[in-house]
Design a protein. Structure first.
Length: 191
């Protein structure tokens, strides 16, 4: 029996994808959350096409539920692709310093460019993206140190984008989750 493509892309995901595309042009950094238990399956290939040249940080969430050795291998895999990656337990780890350390080169480059053109320091505009229910809002609450974004154990809690100022250096854009438009076969869709 030949497997068929699985196509599932409701209107609200198309709208979210358009929002992500428009903001990708103005942000300095994209933090892509993926599930540490299934990093490949929890990435959306559309996101690579939207902003191929943007600085990106991949955060492997739910690392407490994943094999640490596998997480290290995935971090190495992304490093080979020139993408910074870190793994974390979003509920317990203090992520502000971890993300600041991972993005320090970006911040320094931005400050040098601003100084060169005589500009006042601007915040780094950061967009948080990922598939539904991977922990985007939990990350934002962790970084903000308080409940800023609504969270729940079901997909679709974040329905619209929202900007959240974290500190003098960073402002985050929380976005709704977007699944891939097509899956090549039913087994891939189930994963």
């Amino acid at each position: 029996m030949k497997s068929q493509n699985v196509h599932y892309f409701p209107g609200h995901m198309q709208k979210a994808l358009r929002i992500i595309e428009s903001y990708a042009k103005v942000v300095d950094l994209i933090i892509e959350l993926v599930d540490a238990r299934a990093p490949f399956s929890s990435r959306n290939p559309l996101l690579d096409k939207i902003a191929p040249n943007k600085s990106r940080l991949i955060l492997l969430s739910k690392s407490d539920l994943a094999d640490p050795a596998c997480s290290k291998e995935w971090i190495s895999y992304f490093k080979i692709q020139n993408i910074t990656a870190i793994s974390s337990n979003l509920k317990k780890d203090k992520l502000a310093s971890l993300i600041s350390f991972a993005t320090k080169d970006l911040l320094l480059a931005k400050r040098k460019k601003e100084e060169k053109f005589g500009m006042k320091p601007q915040m780094i505009k950061t967009m948080v993206i990922g598939i539904p229910n991977v922990g985007k809002s939990t990350l934002i609450n962790n970084l903000g140190g308080r409940k800023i974004a609504a969270v729940g154990n079901k997909a679709g809690i974040t329905r619209a984008e929202q900007w959240i100022k974290l500190n003098a250096d960073f402002v985050l854009l929380d976005t709704p989750g977007v699944l891939p438009m097509n899956y090549l076969d039913q087994q891939e869709a189930i994963r």
